[in-house]
Design a protein around this ligand. Sequence first.
Ligand code: 5GP
Length: 131
Amino acid sequence: MATIFTKIINREIPAYVVAEDKNFIAFLDINPLAEGHTLVVPKREEDYIFDLSDHEISELIVFAKRVAQSIRKVVPCKRIGLSVIGLEVPHAHVHLVPLNTTNDINFAKPKLSFTKEHYVALAQRISATFK
Ligand code: 5GP
């Protein structure tokens, strides 16, 4: 069965997409730890990130770097943190989280919630800076 991320890739369910190319997609996390929290996902379905080929995981990180640079232009923060969890969705991905303190990337803390209009505008602003 297709993962929820494959359904997003196939536009079967909506997402606030910030960047996309032939092999990768990035969209805002629906339950963010911080404003601008973004997931970067290979389009090829693979459950565990460390089962990706060397080439694929390298490309994923390079794509994530470009996305992080875009997020940083839009969301005021000290740095963009990168984390791998993968306990909820069995489709390899990395989290990019704008950081001001270590606690900003603490996955045990309560998630934030924004309006649909806020997510749409934020995704559009990040997407506009993506190179
Ligand atoms: P993980 O698998 O890394 O433990 O967590 C999966 C992440 O995907 C969570 O941060 C969760 O909020 C996010 N997520 C789960 N379902 C959806 C969805 O349908 N849309 C979006 N945008 N994010 C999702």
